[in-house]
Design a protein around this ligand. Structure first.
Ligand code: FES
Length: 63
């Protein structure tokens, strides 16, 4: 499922980056481009990060 239409970023891609060690929203934006255009996907991208944080019991910086 696409999280970011503008940059064609899927939920799976976000999960992959998080699994590879991305640990902040800023880093996720830099790596994927998510939420760097219209910004409408910002909430969903953060939600993805929080889900990963809960399920993997890791600490992420999600402002
Ligand atoms: S939908 Fe992600 S920046 Fe527009």
């Amino acid at each position: 499922m696409y999280i970011c239409i503008c940059k064609a970023v899927t939920e799976k891609q976000i999960q992959q980056h998080l699994a590879e060690g991305v640990n902040s929203y800023q880093e996720l934006r830099e790596r994927t481009g998510v939420a760097t255009q219209c910004g409408k996907c910002s909430g969903d991208a953060r939600s993805c990060m929080r889900q990963h944080q809960s399920s993997q019991n890791v600490s992420l910086y999600v402002p």
